[in-house]
Design a protein around this ligand. Structure first.
Ligand SMILES: [Zn+2]
Length: 143
């Protein structure tokens, strides 16, 4: 299997949505190719971040932390309102962005055959992953 093909199948591989033989082929390639293994590790990490982001609905911790941060800010500054807006805007934007990207991938997975055989090239995917890698939402909030 070629690197390019592995990259296209990687997200399905990580979500264990390939056939057994394809899973084996990708795994075999990752064992032999450090470049793809690195890419797989990065993508896995990104998926983990997105997954943990996804469960925040049931997990109040994330919001507790944001709330605590907002309260801290409003104590420090008497003019609370502009501060809230300044903080909430980029936070909301990142969440929407992340959900949008993740949603896009989820959506793209449905017609499995069409995507693996054609268009979704690594050039299109890599900048997204790199961007997420550079600024995961956790560190963004904790800055
Ligand atoms: Zn490779």
């Amino acid at each position: 299997m070629k690197c390019n093909k592995v990259h296209n199948k990687l997200i399905f591989f990580l979500e264990k949505e390939l056939s057994v033989s394809e899973m084996e082929q990708v795994q075999k390639h990752l064992n032999e190719c450090s470049e793809c293994a690195l890419f797989a590790a990065e993508m896995k990490n990104t998926l983990r971040i997105l997954d943990s982001d996804k469960v925040t609905d049931e997990n109040p911790f994330f919001f507790t932390r944001v709330k605590a941060r907002l309260e801290k800010q409003s104590q420090e500054e008497p003019v609370a309102r502009p501060v809230l807006i300044r903080i909430l805007q980029p936070v909301a934007f990142s969440i929407i962005l992340l959900l949008g990207i993740y949603g896009g991938f989820k959506l793209g997975q449905t017609p499995k055959v069409a995507i693996t055989d054609s268009s979704l090239s690594e050039q299109e995917m890599v900048p997204y992953w790199n961007e997420l890698q550079d600024e995961p939402i956790e560190s963004f909030l904790m800055e």
